[in-house]
Design a protein around this ligand. Structure first.
Ligand code: EPU
Length: 340
């Protein structure tokens, strides 16, 4: 049986720590409860809440907030190559899932350590860090169609994953609720990805020459803890903006003025420029405006020092976008979902 709570503060349910209110709040922990909630005759629209780690709430929410709290893990058979499929319920915390993989010696997600949020929302933006993206280990996910309440399975191909992008941010946006995700992991002969300079450096500093998945996870945790604020201490949503991808010719012009501009080659014609660098060049790094601010160690991360309102963070984000556009003629887009 589901219950509808009224006027619930969402402060504990979003990693930015924004104190917005949900007029109606319904927590569901299995498929039956979810379907029951979707069939409530008084409501026609829902706000789906997972780990609340990739959203900025700028006002109270009047439509019912559906908190997806499905828990559980199913471990599939292992094949001869030592690959194993695990199916994880949407409400499991992402980092706890990663730690569980390390404990059980399942490889594949160690580079994605310490990413805030839940398993169920990980496919939406194809979470990624240190050379690995969710799509590299993704098998499929199950989702409920909000309108028909029927279950649909999305394969890797169906999801159309891109850089911080998927079908769930495009054609399927707002239409489905992901209930579980299946991953293909290695149970032996792990394929480590230590190509990222910061990981190599971290392993070398610890004199690790033959790293295990646990070593890689620990390296990522150490790097992230140095650069990124812990949402339990300072509200944030990780990278607030996406790194812009610009035509090579435009980058050449930028490089004339800023010969040391960091960049990654995306294709023959496109270059990705770290938004954190652009924002830092505009002088925002470490700046604080009331309780809203730009993190001191990573300018891509906006923070809530305590009681910032969603609108204040949004105003800061807009100011940053305008300044970057003015100085570099580059438009940077928000990565987090702005609600309101
Ligand atoms: N940089 C600066 N100033 C800053 C931040 C970065 O100059 O304040 C420059 C540095 O030169 C650095 C480069 O930008 O070498 C890249 O920085 P970093 O390695 O921190 O990575 P990023 O491109 O800023 C992306 C992801 C992060 C992910 C890291 C590591 C996006 C939007 N962000 O950040 O993801 O952890 O790479 O793989 O793609 C997240 O999505 O929430 C997130 C934290």
């Amino acid at each position: 049986m589901i219950s509808i709570q009224h006027n619930v503060s969402l402060k504990e349910y979003n990693t930015f720590g924004i104190d917005a209110k949900a007029k109606y709040f319904i927590s569901v922990s299995n498929k039956q409860e979810l379907i029951e909630a979707l069939k409530l005759p008084q409501f026609s629209e829902y706000f789906v809440l997972g780990g609340g780690s990739n959203m900025l709430i700028t006002k109270d929410i009047d439509i019912p907030v559906l908190h997806i709290d499905f828990k559980g893990k199913v471990i599939g058979p292992t094949n001869l190559q030592g690959e194993i499929i695990v199916s994880i319920q949407a409400g499991e915390n992402w980092h706890e899932f990663v730690l569980w993989c390390i404990e059980n010696d399942y490889g594949g997600v160690e580079n994605l350590s310490l990413i805030p949020g839940n398993v169920g929302t990980s496919p939406i933006q194809n979470i990624g860090a240190y050379g690995v993206e969710l799509k590299d280990v993704f098998v499929d996910c199950r989702a409920i169609d909000i309108e028909t309440q029927e279950e649909k399975i999305f394969s890797l191909e169906d999801c159309n994953f891109g850089y911080r992008n998927s079908i769930f941010k495009n054609e399927a946006k707002g239409k489905y609720i992901i209930t579980s995700v299946a991953f293909q992991l290695t149970s032996k002969s792990h394929k480590l990805n230590t190509s990222y300079g910061a990981i190599q450096q971290e392993l070398a500093n610890n004199n690790i020459t033959e790293p295990t998945i646990e070593d890689v996870s620990n390296a990522v945790i150490a790097i992230r803890q140095r650069k990124l604020p812990d949402p339990m201490e300072i509200g944030n949503s990780g990278s607030f903006f996406k790194n812009p991808v610009i035509p090579k010719a435009e980058f050449a012009l930028l490089q004339e003025k800023f010969p040391n501009a960091p960049h990654y080659v995306v294709s023959d014609t496109e270059i990705k420029v770290p938004a954190g660098w652009l924002i830092e060049q505009c002088g925002f790094k470490g700046k604080r405006f009331g309780d809203a601010g730009v993190h001191k160690n990573q300018a891509l991360v906006l923070v809530n020092y305590g009681n910032a309102k969603g609108e204040e963070i949004l105003a800061l984000a807009k100011k940053i976008q305008e300044t970057v556009l003015e100085k570099f003629n580059i438009a940077i887009e928000a990565e987090v979902n702005v609600i309101g």
